[in-house]
Design a binder for this molecule. Structure first.
Ligand code: WT7
Length: 629
């Protein structure tokens, strides 16, 4: 691919107040980056040295393409760094977690309290027979217990697989199945927009064909309490009650798995991305501290659910490793009104705020009057993640939310990278539309199919040229898929994104190169939605595409061929939409379904979504030489 992009490369930029740069942890990007390039192992070794290890490493990095090992033979437990380390110093009584519910309920945990909860729940899990290496599925709403459950697994070396509470039965079943989870931790309900979501009911259906599951732990939030089925289900609080409040941290090798997190693939099956203890801890600790420039008194809020990688790395592990006060909230940005986020920032004095472009665009649509009703002067740094932050959204975020004072860190990374990879470090000139440059410690570039750097202004593939500590180590039970990341473009990690570089090296990320659609910041595989549609009796074949949407980034449009005996109707449209909601969850629901007679296919039978998309947008479909007549 080499396409000239008509982008304004080097025009508009904002230079932050020089005091911000003078006080930042990374004071001088160029110098720091140079130090990294000069001796990458020293760079990462020095950072790792700021953390606590049970046994030090022999080598910082061992790279045997495409396999990397970081901090070899070192031993650690990530929770000792996220909890114990702080309990033993001045952070003992510092708020670790401030949680807000949709109805305004507030719960606060100091580091000492959070550590106790984690230890007790860890002992509870042990009493159910959970051992190091066992997989535990966490399917919970965004409540403190969700975070406690993750950390408790890490405490005893169990590998957690958090599944977002918005996923439906079959998505949950596939994830439990693939991970062979021994335990599922859930809640009776999740709360969203004043309604309850019956999580426990979904789990009951999802474990029917999941023989690995021995027990379901249920956090009961509602009164009167739902009944538990004693053969299988255990009450969260009962498990906690008898449990000792100290639990010594399991000794983990740096390369032992910490968690699996499923992400949509371009085939129907989700990929279980595997992250390990040592490198992931170092990578998320460092980026949280330096990219957000977190200081002791910051109140830090990442709006992502821990069901996504952002919630893992920057909602839980990174900020706790640095000893920050984190905010977590089971809220929706526009419920009960579009002021719900601004109210939390005002109430709690949030200083660092990390959210997604889709939320920002939604706020833009509702207008400036909502944020203007609140005092947002506590804000110091704004972050964005999940998809390109388009210049209009950048300007609005910068001026309306940040009042022209706050640097914006537009952070590019992926479930696979585990940590942020590209951004504009705090204090450096910001260019709307551009994420920025490689974070010190990372070597990103834009190249052609053969791995040669493309000239400025020319589109290409986004790659990472050298391994980094928080990188994925494999795809669970599918190492071949792992190797593919490193073989698509010879020698490099291919992110699957298209990008373009400016004269000054700033990188603009354009979007996915493969069959993934990003809807409201969620990565959805076209194949997953298609197979959900095809599992309905009326559907013979289906193809889905992403359609640009001013708020959500993309919406899903489905083209459906019906089986004989079925005919298009509004009722069938709602039935199919409902069917996808039930199988995959509301985030994957098509917003448009078109019934068609045939679909454009290659001779080998692959649906050419590109052609459908071009037709839909009234564009030239490009090369159609493989199209079957
Ligand atoms: C894909 C990864 C990383 C946490 C959330 C998503 C897109 C992510 C940006 C950004 C442009 C971005 C990419 C990437 N993406 N951040 N700042 N600018 N695009 O994690 O579900 O693994 O998705 O999200 O396309 O490949 P994910």
């Amino acid at each position: 691919m080499s396409e000239k992009f008509d982008v304004k490369l080097d025009e508009k930029h904002y230079i932050p107040d020089p005091r911000i740069k003078a006080e930042a942890w990374t004071r001088d990007y160029e110098t720091t980056y140079g130090e990294f390039l000069n001796d990458p192992e020293k760079f990462w070794g020095d950072i790792a040295g700021e953390l606590e290890w049970i046994r030090p490493w022999d080598r910082v990095r061992e790279w045997s393409y495409p396999y990397a090992r970081w901090f070899t033979n070192a031993q650690l437990n990530i929770t000792s760094n996220c909890l114990d380390r702080h309990v033993l110093n001045h952070r003992r009584t510092k708020a670790a977690l401030i949680w807000r519910g949709e109805d305004g309920e507030e719960r606060i945990f100091t580091y000492r309290q959070l550590a106790r909860e984690v230890n007790r729940f860890a002992n509870g899990l042990k009493s159910l027979g959970v051992q190091k290496g066992d997989r535990v599925c966490i399917y919970m709403p965004l409540v403190p217990e969700q975070i406690v459950a993750m950390l408790a697994c890490a405490r005893i070396g169990a590998v957690h697989s958090v599944v977002f509470g918005g996923f439906g039965v079959s998505a949950l079943n596939a994830r439990i199945h693939d991970a062979e989870a021994k335990i599922v931790i859930t809640a009776d309900i999740g709360v969203r927009r004043g309604k309850t979501i019956p999580l426990k009911g979904i789990v009951e259906d999802a474990i029917i064909n999941a023989p690995s599951v021995e027990r379901v732990v249920v956090l009961r939030r509602e009164e009167p309490q739902v009944e538990l089925l004693p053969e299988m289900e255990v009450d969260y609080h009962e498990l906690m009650e008898g449990a000792d409040r100290t639990c010594s941290p399991e000794v983990m090798d740096a390369e032992d798995p910490l968690f699996i997190l499923y992400t949509s693939g371009s085939t129907g099956a989700p990929k279980g991305i595997v992250h390990t203890c040592g490198g992931y801890m170092v990578g998320t600790y460092y980026t949280t501290r330096h990219v957000f420039d977190i200081k002791e008194n910051d109140i830090y809020w990442c709006t992502a659910d821990p069901g996504w990688i952002t919630g893992h790395s920057y909602g839980v592990y990174g900020p706790l490793a640095v000893g920050a006060t984190i905010v977590a909230a089971e809220v929706t940005p526009d419920y009960p009104d579009p002021g719900s986020y601004w109210k939390i920032i005002d109430d709690l004095g949030v200083t660092i705020f990390y959210t997604a472009p889709t939320a920002i665009r939604m706020f833009m649509k509702h207008g400036e009057t909502w944020p203007q009703q609140y005092d947002l002067s506590s804000l110091r740094i704004l972050g964005s993640v999940g998809e390109p932050l388009n210049p209009e959204a950048f300007e609005w975020y910068y001026h309306v939310i940040g009042c022209g004072r706050c640097p914006i860190v537009d952070t590019w990374w992926q479930t696979e990278t585990g940590m942020q990879m590209i951004t504009t470090m705090v204090g450096e000139p910001m260019k709307p539309g551009f994420a920025g440059k490689s974070i010190p410690g990372v070597i990103a570039d834009v190249v052609d199919r053969n791995g040669n750097p493309v000239p400025p202004g020319t589109g290409g593939f986004l790659v990472i040229k050298e391994p980094w500590p928080a990188m994925l180590r494999t795809v669970y039970k599918n190492d071949e898929r792992y190797r593919k990341y490193w073989s698509t473009i010879p020698g490099y990690y291919a992110a699957g994104d298209l990008a373009v570089k400016g004269e000054d090296g700033y990188i603009m990320v354009i979007g996915r190169a493969d069959d993934l659609i990003i809807v409201a910041g969620h990565n959805i595989g076209t194949a997953e939605v298609e197979s959900a549609l095809v599992s309905h009796q009326a559907v013979a074949e289906a193809a889905v595409i992403g359609k640009p949407d001013p708020v959500k980034g993309n919406t899903i449009k489905a083209f459906v061929i019906l089986r004989t005996g079925f005919s298009p109707s509004e009722k069938l449209t709602s039935e199919l939409t409902y069917h996808v909601r039930k199988t995959l969850g509301p985030i994957a629901m098509p917003s448009e379904i078109e019934f068609v007679e045939r679909l454009p296919k290659t001779r080998s039978g692959k649906i050419m979504r590109r052609v459908l998309k071009a037709q839909e947008m009234g564009m030239d479909p490009g090369d159609i030489s493989t199209l079957e007549e």
